[in-house]
Ligand binder design. Structure first.
Ligand code: ADP
Ligand code: MG
Length: 239
């Protein structure tokens, strides 16, 4: 959606869909001082593009996703989601933007222990107010599309493998039809083969759902399926 335009700059990213970060700096309190977690980071990801951010532990990868997810406000710089400047929005508008445009898969699985796989998606529906039968059909279809067969859709998280739980997380992130998909270390709890399958799945959903996808990882073996790899070191990003 072209919601913001900058007439002085015809190539402005503000007019584009997907995700853009411009000159983002983020620091955390650190005793008397501040620790710089992101240092002048810029990034653009177009719809249908799958970008990996690789870097060692502590390099700022999760901080980058938190800022892109509009969960943390940067000290400086801009975060644009489908051309909308997140920093210029009210808290309420930013929450709506997050809900309507962002899909987030966090490092730690945050599935609810008491709910079945299909219910993990339907519980989101309370917020979004679609028709129950329609919502259930869509949830089942999405779960099937990420490789979770009907019988497993009725299982609770502890009855699923780590890889299956990650598939539920991905389906849940896609349920709101996001334009930007943010994924933090999706394979950290999986063996290599299952990790590779999850990355393959992310490549596939990026294509079919046309999401601007950013996956952060410290596992370089998994980067064969992505369109681009950016390197993060000490809060700085390199192409
Ligand atoms: P990564 O995901 O690459 O491991 P993080 O973004 O989690 O990196 O962390 C980047 C730096 O910021 C690290 O030095 C980390 O210790 C620090 N950090 C992360 N979160 C916080 C926080 N909430 N408060 C203070 N420092 C933090
Ligand atoms: Mg991290």
């Amino acid at each position: 959606m072209n919601t913001v335009t900058d007439p002085t700059d015809p190539t402005s990213l503000r007019t584009r869909s997907g995700l853009a970060l411009h000159g983002v700096t983020l620091s955390y309190p650190d005793g008397e001082q501040r620790l710089t977690a992101l240092d002048d980071v810029s990034l653009e990801v177009a719809p249908g593009e799958f970008v990996a951010v690789a870097g060692p532990s502590g390099s700022g990868k999760s901080s980058l996703l938190a800022v892109a997810a509009t969960l943390l406000r940067p000290d400086h710089g801009q975060v644009l989601i489908d051309g909308q400047d997140a920093g210029a929005l009210s808290e309420r508008a930013r929450t709506a933007l997050r809900r309507e445009r962002l899909g987030i898969v966090f490092q730690q699985s945050n599935l609810l222990a008491s709910l079945t796989a299909v219910e993990q998606l339907l519980v989101l529906e309370d917020v979004r107010g679609r028709r129950p039968r329609e919502a259930r059909a869509r949830a089942e279809e999405l779960l099937a599309s990420v490789g979770l067969a009907a019988a497993k859709q009725r299982r609770r998280p502890h009855q699923l493998s780590g890889g299956e739980r990650q598939r539920v997380n991905i389906a849940r992130a896609l349920f709101g039809r996001p334009s930007v998909l943010l994924v933090d270390e999706p394979t950290s709890a999986l063996d290599h083969e299952r990790g590779a399958q999850i990355v393959e799945l992310l490549a596939e959903v990026t294509r079919t759902h046309r999401t601007a996808t950013v996956m952060v990882t410290h596992d370089r073996d998994l980067l064969t399926r992505v369109d681009r790899v950016l390197e993060m070191a000490d809060g700085r990003l390199r192409g």
